[in-house]
Design a protein around this ligand. Structure first.
Ligand code: MSP
Length: 518
């Protein structure tokens, strides 16, 4: 967890609140969970780098029939199951370098206390009423479905057979908010991203919103409905409120600073809950709506849907043991445009690691440090060819930086990385074109050689800034090898050309990205 933002309430930096879904703890985390969390982490790190007071929340969704059944299947109590699996999530986030500022569990008192008040407030307002639910329920998706929504009698989301329910239930007056939602979508065209999913959702709203069931009489493992202890609160309502209970909605402090959320990162399968149910619940409570919901696509594994029966889920710990944490982070964000579906393949991971990370970036650093060692005893030389501002690398740094900034702010991580790699390739070409090894043979061209080595080192400093949010460990190693200590905040964050000082002593280490052999 990130300790830098302890003083978040007193900071005068602009706030930026980022969330991931809270994950079900029926099973261990896999690549899909890691993907959302890494994307959110990258944006949080980027915003901090740019001077924002970013608050990044993740957590676990621990109630409901799915968890209850998973515990029964293991013959343990839901409490024991959740306590065990939560530790695994925390361990994985730790391994992946996730800098969340808080971790919320829906079984925590702080959540349950506020959830109770919020549910009661909706009831008191008349937006929740008692009725009877008759229809279908899919436990793996924790979703209610009508007969007509089923596809060949199966859940339209996961294709598994749902169960028939007929039980007393509390309902939320979603229908009352149809006009509000239409207007909200109209006025806030970026509320749901990407565009194609926004349009799908909008069409679904246009086709009519019906009241939804928000309690379960048959489920014991959940938060008790405040006005009726025979019911538990529907797990999705319980879970969605985490985004404000974690901030302390009912107390002074974080909530005032960070709400409304700037961005909720989610997978496409839970857009209905985040793009329709969540904003209407907030509207009913007179709470501001989040600014954006960004839904990303799904990963297949070697062309196949990830599933328990195929046993092909990728364990983030195993994969990072083999390929490295930054390699995995880089691959996930570089391989697929954020928002689209993608396919994970070991060959693609290996190729990107060896080519883009090893050859393009790792070699650039290694060569630059080796040549500086050879020609200038590993010390950044005084560049007497002016400030170096006239050179290609200096000219392009701000242009690439501006492009990266735009892409990062649009969550287009793959494009941001492409821009960074354009710069890395430019620097590699600069080495090839300027041939320092030739100049080194000519004592009259020492000045030129010094300027080239300076330019390369300065471009590497800027590259390390570009790669920091996605590859924090490797960027750290780059800064260290380029002679910067933890205190060199300016050098680690400002992409302006010319910050590297002559006289800086390099500390060359092993190549950054060891080659992955077959
Ligand atoms: N508990 C709910 C979310 C409540 S949020 C108020 C839930 N949990 S989950 O454990 O099923 O995690 C869902 C998230 O995992 C998805 O939104 C997505 O971020 C991620 N993914 C799970 N499988 C995935 C893939 N195969 N590919 C990409 N991401 C996927 O839903």
């Amino acid at each position: 967890m990130n300790s830098e933002t302890q003083n978040e309430q007193t900071s005068n930096k602009p706030p930026f609140y980022i969330t991931t879904p809270i994950y079900y703890v029926n099973d261990y985390p896999h690549i899909g969970h890691a993907y959302t969390t890494i994307a959110a982490d990258v944006l949080a790190r980027y915003k901090r780098l740019k001077g924002y007071n970013a608050f990044f929340l993740t957590g676990t969704d621990e109630h409901g029939q799915k968890i209850q059944k998973a515990a029964e299947a293991k013959n343990i109590s839901p409490n024991d199951l959740t306590d065990e699996v939560v530790e695994r999530f925390k361990h994985v986030w730790d391994r992946l370098g996730i800098t969340n500022d808080d971790f919320i569990r829906t079984t925590e008192d702080r959540h349950l206390r506020q959830l109770n008040k919020l549910f009661k407030a909706l009831y008191d307002k008349g937006d929740i009423y008692l009725g009877e639910y008759e229809g279908w329920y899919c436990t793996p998706c924790e979703s209610f479905w009508t007969e007509s929504q089923l596809i060949e009698a199966n859940c339209p989301e996961c294709s598994r057979p749902p169960e028939r329910l007929k039980e007393e239930s509390y309902f939320f007056r979603l229908s009352k908010y149809q006009d509000f939602m239409l207007e909200y979508f109209e006025k806030n065209p970026k509320f749901v991203q990407p565009e194609s999913r926004r349009n799908e959702l909008l069409n679904r709203i246009k086709s009519g919103l019906e009241d939804i069931s928000v309690s379960r009489a048959a489920v014991q493992w959940g938060a008790t409905v405040p006005m009726n202890d025979k019911h538990t609160i529907y797990v999705w309502v319980d879970a969605l409120f985490n985004y404000i209970t974690a901030l302390g909605y009912d107390e002074e402090g974080r909530f005032q600073t960070f709400w409304p959320a700037n961005i909720h990162f989610i997978g496409k399968e839970i857009l209905w809950f985040h793009g329709v149910i969540w904003p209407t619940l907030l509207k009913a409570l007179d709470i501001e709506l989040p600014l954006q919901v960004y839904s990303h696509g799904w990963w297949t594994i070697e062309g196949k849907k990830m599933s328990k029966s195929l046993g092909n889920a990728i364990d983030p710990i195993a994969i990072t043991d083999e390929y490295g944490v930054d390699q995995f982070r880089y691959f996930l964000l570089r391989e697929v445009p954020f928002g689209l579906d993608g396919n994970f393949s070991y060959t693609a991971l290996k190729n990107r690691t060896n080519n883009e990370l090893g050859n393009d970036l790792g070699n650039l650093l290694y060569r630059t440090l080796s040549m500086t060692e050879k020609y200038f005893e590993g010390i950044v030389p005084e560049s007497d060819e002016g400030s170096g501002n006239e050179n290609l690398l200096a000219e392009n740094a701000p242009l690439i930086n501006a492009r990266m900034d735009e892409h990062m702010n649009n969550c287009q991580f793959s494009l941001a990385l492409e821009a960074a790699w354009e710069y890395i390739r430019m620097a590699n070409k600069y080495v090839e074109d300027s041939k320092p090894w030739k100049l080194a043979k000519d004592p009259d061209r020492r000045g030129e050689l010094a300027a080239i080595m300076y330019n390369l080192a300065e471009s590497l400093r800027i590259i390390a800034i570009f790669t920091t949010p996605v590859m924090p460990e490797s960027s750290e190693k780059m800064f260290r090898q380029l002679g910067f200590s933890d205190d060199d905040v300016e050098a680690r964050s400002n992409t302006k050309w010319g910050i590297l000082k002559a006289g800086t002593k390099f500390k060359k280490e092993k190549p950054l990205f060891p080659r992955i052999e077959d």
